[in-house]
Design a protein around this ligand. Structure first.
Ligand SMILES: Cc1ncc(COP(=O)(O)O)c(C=O)c1O
Length: 362
């Protein structure tokens, strides 16, 4: 959400040419109008102004889905008024989100037993998912440090500098730099963790010809305050997959030598719904023991409209219980772990539609 900085005192007005039959006076731009107006007029005014937006079907910039089948659009419209957080009121929606979490966890080879349910949650996108995963690592690390009687105030995350696009754009042509600045400044998500959750970011610098995190350098930068190494499966810059398998090997060795237990998070925002289908033999997920959590964007290659992401944890032990919020909205206890409370349900429903509609084959 863009923070609005316009002054409330502005007396700018909108002129509604095609709604003038209904609205005879112009509308104040930044104040709620004094009177109401017919619904046809309100529609005409908003619709006409939105014509100046771009056409979503031509927008490929953020890899976010802009078309779904009419049957799914219908399901979305039928569920647009359901609040995701009213789990007792909408138990089937909750069940569909749980099915999605389990499907994704199995897709990523989480060691979930036949009688167990996977640990994960639907989010607004990968950004929220990454922040939740970061919080879980921070809490786990702090708990261990406290138990050992060691300081626990300077946590850090080691990651490739490709999460911070602006700083690396020098590596590219001027034209590509401009493209990146215009279209990709949304990344730097781990930067949000730094700002909001006070976790230092230790960046492995990119170099000419190598535009993802070098696992050897990353492991070298790990210290006793490192809460996790964050690898990216599908770099926003180039789409390239980082070598999570090598990272797992090198980090296992370092953990053995130092006695630390530094884990890995995989930001599979883009690659999470590509690698399992195109490169099933590639080991980047929970097949690697140090990978404790993975996020993926449902609204990118999960093929759902903007507003859905997922984070799954390897096991219950990887999500500290104190972070789980127990809501008791209409009766029974429902554990949740999200940054927000109320939100729409339709993207979750749409994600489930895509899973059963396309299947693994699709
Ligand atoms: C690697 C990576 N992580 C996270 C994100 C943020 O994803 P979302 O838009 O789902 O919040 C992006 C977005 O492009 C990305 O490329």
């Amino acid at each position: 959400m863009v923070l609005t900085t316009t002054t409330a005192a502005s007396d700018e007005h909108l002129h509604c040419t095609f709604a003038s039959r209904y609205a005879r006076t112009s509308l104040p731009r930044f104040k709620i109008p004094d009177g109401s107006m017919p619904k046809e007029a309100a529609y005409q005014i908003v619709n006409d102004e939105l014509m100046l937006d771009g056409n979503p079907r031509l927008n490929l910039a953020s890899f976010v889905t802009t078309w779904m089948e009419p049957e799914c659009d219908k399901l979305i419209m039928e569920s647009i008024n359901k609040n995701y957080v009213d789990m007792d009121e909408y138990p089937v929606t909750t069940e569909l989100q749980n099915r999605c979490v389990n499907m994704i966890a199995h897709l990523f080879h989480a060691p979930v037993g036949d009688e167990e349910t996977a640990i994960g949650v639907g989010t607004v996108g990968s950004s929220e998912a990454i922040m939740l995963a970061g919080l879980a690592f921070k809490r786990k690390w702090q708990a261990t440090r406290k138990a050992e009687g060691k300081p626990y105030v300077k946590p850090n995350i080691v990651t490739g500098a490709n999460v911070q696009l602006e700083q690396n754009a020098f590596l590219y042509s001027r034209q590509f730099q401009l493209y990146l600045q215009e279209h990709c400044h949304l990344v730097g998500l781990l930067g949000k963790i730094r700002k909001y959750f006070e976790v230092e970011l230790k960046e492995v610098k990119l170099r000419e010809g190598y535009y993802v995190m070098d696992p050897a350098q990353a492991v070298e930068m790990v210290d006793e305050n490192t809460i996790c190494v964050a690898a990216i499966l599908g770099s926003t810059l180039t789409g390239e997959f980082e070598d999570v398998k090598l990272l797992n090997e090198l980090l296992t060795k370092k953990n053995k030598e130092t006695g630390w237990d530094t884990p890995i998070h995989v930001d599979a925002a883009s690659g999470g719904f590509i690698a399992p289908f195109l490169y099933p033999e590639l080991e980047w997920d929970f097949r690697l023991p140090l990978v404790k959590s993975i996020n993926v964007s449902g609204h990118k290659f999960g093929l759902v409209y903007a507003g859905v992401g997922w984070v799954v944890w390897r096991s219950k032990d990887d999500l500290p219980d104190e972070l789980v919020f127990h809501i008791n909205y209409l009766g029974s206890d429902q554990p949740t772990f999200t940054l927000n409370f109320s939100k729409g349900s339709c993207q979750i429903i749409a994600q489930y539609y895509q899973f059963i509609r396309l299947g693994f084959e699709g």
